[in-house]
Design a binder for this molecule. Structure first.
Ligand SMILES: N[C@@H](CCC(=O)N[C@@H](CS)C(=O)NCC(=O)O)C(=O)O
Length: 209
C-alpha cells in the first residue's frame, strides 16, 4: 500500500491530490514543516528531509513529486490521470508534468525563501522580485497552452494539471495569484472547483480531536 509523508501545503500535496482523484488506498503520515526540525525520525526514511516521500512496499521510494505523480497515475496501468507512450499528447503531458516542478515551482521556491522564510535581516527583496518576474514570464506558456482548452492536455484533467496546479496554489502564498494572466486565473478557479482538489484539501487536515 502507498504511504505518503506529507506536510500541509508542501509539494506532497500533489500526491495527495492524485491519490484522491484516483480513489487509491493510502496511508497518510502528517508532519509539521520542516520535517528536518520537527520530525527527526523522518531523516532515517529520507535523509534529504524533504516531502513528499512516497513508499509502496520495500521497492518503492520516491522523493520527487513529479515522479510520484507519474508513479501514482501509472502504477496500475493507464489511468484517467495519465497519457501513455504512443498516445497523442504523450510528450506534451510529460513536459507539463515536469514543467510544474522544475520550471514553475523552483522559481517560486526562491521567492518564498527570499521574501518569506528567511529572517527579516536576510531577506532579499530584489532577488524575490526577480524570481517573481521569472515565474510570471514562465506562466505565459501555461496561458498560451490553455487557449481553447480546459486543461493542459486538452479536455481531460491529468497529473500534469496537478503538477502545474500546485505551483499556482503556492503562488498564492506570495500574492502572485493577483498577477495571473486571464486564462491561468480561470484555470486555477476550475482546478479548485474539482472534487479531487477539495478532497485533498480536506484529507490534509488532521482529524478533529
Ligand atoms: N523537487 C522536489 C522538492 C522537494 C522539496 O524541496 N520539498 C520541500 C517542501 S515543498 C521540503 O520538504 N522542504 C523541507 C526542507 O527543505 O527542509 C519535489 O518536487 O518533490
Amino acid at each position: 500500500m502507498i504511504e505518503l509523508y506529507h506536510c500541509p501545503d508542501a509539494r506532497s500535496f500533489r500526491c495527495l491530490w492524485a491519490l484522491e482523484a484516483l480513489g487509491l488506498d493510502y496511508t497518510l503520515h502528517r508532519m509539521s514543516f520542516p520535517p528536518r526540525i520537527h520530525s527527526l525520525d523522518f531523516l532515517a526514511l529520507n535523509p534529504a528531509g524533504t516531502v513528499p516521500l512516497l513508499t509502496d512496499g520495500p521497492e518503492v521510494w520516491i522523493i520527487e513529486s513529479a515522479a510520484a505523480l507519474q508513479y501514482i497515475a501509472t502504477k496500475n496501468g493507464p489511468s484517467a490521470l495519465s497519457i501513455e507512450p504512443g498516445q497523442p499528447g504523450y510528450a506534451a503531458w510529460l513536459n507539463w508534468l515536469h514543467f510544474g516542478e522544475a520550471t514553475l515551482t523552483t522559481a517560486l521556491s526562491s521567492v518564498l525563501r527570499y521574501a518569506v522564510f528567511e529572517p527579516e535581516e536576510k531577506r532579499l527583496p530584489a532577488v524575490a522580485g526577480w524570481y517573481s518576474e521569472l515565474f510570471l514570464d514562465r506562466l505565459q506558456l501555461v496561458d498560451r497552452a490553455l487557449d481553447g482548452q480546459a486543461f493542459l492536455s486538452g479536455a481531460r484533467f491529468t497529473v500534469a494539471d496537478i503538477s502545474v496546479g500546485y505551483a499556482l496554489q503556492l503562488a498564492r502564498f506570495v500574492g502572485l495569484d493577483k498577477k495571473f494572466p486571464a486564462r491561468v486565473a480561470e484555470y486555477w478557479a476550475r482546478l479548485q472547483a474539482l472534487d479531487s482538489y477539495r478532497a485533498a484539501r480536506a484529507a490534509q487536515k488532521p482529524p478533529a480531536a
